[in-house]
Design a protein around this ligand. Sequence first.
Ligand code: HEM
Length: 145
Amino acid sequence: MLHSILVHSHSGLRYIVLGLLIYAIFNAWSLRFNYTKQDKLINLFAMVFCHVQLLLGIMLMFLSDKVNYGEGWMKNAQTRFYGMEHLLGMLAAITLITLGRRFAEGKELPADKHKVIKKYYLIGLILILISIPWPFREVLGAGWF
Ligand code: HEM
């Protein structure tokens, strides 16, 4: 029951994370010469939702049957994906997004802030897209929601 609630929340939140990241990247891309409170909030929300996914993911690591470091886990595509590829890919992405936001906040010029967000969030987004167990990767046993 708890597992099912967590999986569906974690699975559905992917769309919010993807939407917010894409929005933040386009917003930074417009290369405006001001950095408003709204820019700050968009970048913050995109990062916060990544952190929510991280927390849900950590809980799922303990509850999921798909995470199993027993014998042969590296030879099985599903246990290798959730135990290593999904975990490391997402951790790298979330670290980049967190650092990118911090570096951007440290910059003086608005254009520099936008540039840093654009670069870090874009690399983070690409890593997230390739680390998601999309349903067409059937062996991973995940759904659209
Ligand atoms: C932005 C970051 C993340 C996104 C978008 C994401 C997305 C997903 C999606 C779509 C699934 C498939 C759920 C289903 O079966 O329908 C999944 C499963 C899973 N994720 Fe993540 N994830 C993220 C980060 C993480 C992190 C950081 C961890 C670990 C610390 C993690 C651990 C897991 C586990 C263990 C499962 C398997 C759940 C199960 O089916 O029992 N995820 N994730």
